[in-house]
Design a protein around this ligand. Structure first.
Ligand SMILES: NC(=O)c1ccc[n+]([C@@H]2O[C@H](COP(=O)([O-])OP(=O)(O)OC[C@H]3O[C@@H](n4cnc5c(N)ncnc54)[C@H](O)[C@@H]3O)[C@@H](O)[C@H]2O)c1
Length: 333
């Protein structure tokens, strides 16, 4: 584990699927960090890490966790493995960057939070929307008071979910089985996209006091592929949140209506062709820049004790899981 003034942070990357590959590419752009080890059950995934110069490769992530030269881990495993892997990483005294959602449900999330606390390691949950300049500007606008008191918010995150997002080029790839098993994911579009948006709305408006949801089943799975939530906040504001996995054209934004004015912010991907060209050239496509920013933030966070601890902590992400669990129990037909 890191102890003060470390020059370079040695990282272990666990899970090299869609988002793990985004992270390994982004790590190359952070001078003060290096991926020194990677773990994945897939040999093909490990071969990908090898191409990026990673020398210590494991099919069993526990072996990676035992390495003395690993200071921190990035965990981008399927959601059902977040709790076990994060708890084991904390027990091996590694700092942790964990992909969202924290876990499948609040009970698992609480176990993560208490293992992190008990072992005195730092844990940050990957919520890249807080690093989107347009969404950060919206936060500054709220804080400046120009909007007055926010009364109503609209938030939307419509995308293709697991049906497109594994395409790193223009060619779609098969969906990994776990993504379509709600016991392994903890939920559908509300869990996957809803946690991002609830976290963002909580950043703007504070804690949720009540939440109800209508779940939609366009694709006839046993989990929702779209959802509409009505959310009340302790500050007195209300929000409508729409999330869905049904469109190949991402719509991701927030509108805030206050007593003095209103404001909106959107985050859009570049076209697939531009994204593919940037990837071929080794550049970071616009949509993935916030993912680079969040990792840089994590590296700074573990190097400097003075950085804002609560911003994306496990405790914070646990509140998103709490709201989602309430939404699943308060359904509107
Ligand atoms: N922040 C974001 O916007 C974002 C985007 C996509 C995914 N995610 C999150 O990241 C996580 C992973 O999603 P994904 O789409 O990359 O999944 P994925 O299925 O593409 O990748 C998971 C990887 O883990 C590996 N794996 C599975 N079991 C393993 C084990 N026991 N030990 C080691 N490796 C194992 C698989 O071989 C695969 O390479 C999920 O929790 C998801 O919610 C976050």
């Amino acid at each position: 584990m890191f102890v003060g003034n470390m020059k370079r942070v040695n990282l272990g990357l666990i899970g090299l699927g869609f988002i793990g590959k985004v992270h390994i590419r982004n790590c190359l752009k952070i001078k003060s960090a290096k991926v020194v080890a990677a773990a994945d059950v897939s040999k093909k995934a490990l071969a990908y890490a090898k191409e990026f110069g990673v020398k210590q490769l494991f099919t069993d992530y526990r072996k990676l966790l035992k390495l003395k030269d690993v200071d921190a881990v990035i965990i981008s495993l399927p959601t059902h493995l977040h709790a076990d892997c994060t708890i084991e990483a904390a027990e091996e005294r590694k700092h942790i960057f964990l992909e969202k959602p924290l876990a499948r449900n609040p009970k698992e999330g609480e176990k993560i939070v208490s293992a992190v606390r008990k072992n005195g390691v730092k844990c940050m949950v990957g919520y890249p929307l807080r690093f989107v300049p347009e969404f950060a500007n919206l936060k500054r606008k709220i804080e400046s008071g120009v909007l007055g008191d926010i009364q109503i918010a609209h938030a939307v995150n419509i995308a293709a979910g697991p049906f497109f997002h594994r395409a790193e080029s223009t060619i779609p790839r098969p969906v990994p089985d776990w993504w379509l098993n709600k016991d392994l994911t903890g939920g559908g579009a509300l869990m996957d996209l809803g946690c991002h948006m609830i976290n963002l709305l909580r950043w703007y408006l504070g804690e949720v006091s009540s939440i109800k949801t209508h779940l939609g089943f366009r694709f006839n799975f046993d989990f929702e592929d779209y959802a509409t939530c009505i959310i009340d906040f302790e500050c007195g504001a209300s929000a409508i949140l729409n999330v869905g996995w049904f469109s190949q054209n991402t719509a991701l934004g927030v509108e805030l209506f206050g007593t003095m004015s209103y404001a909106q912010a959107y985050h859009s991907p570049s076209s697939r062709v531009i994204t593919a060209i940037k990837l071929i050239l080794g550049k970071t496509p616009r949509f993935f820049i916030p993912y680079l920013e969040e990792l840089s933030y994590f590296i700074n966070y573990i190097k400097n004790d003075d950085i804002d601890e609560n911003r994306l902590s496990g405790e914070n992400a646990l509140r998103d899981l709490g709201a989602i669990a309430k939404a699943y129990t308060n359904q509107i037909e």
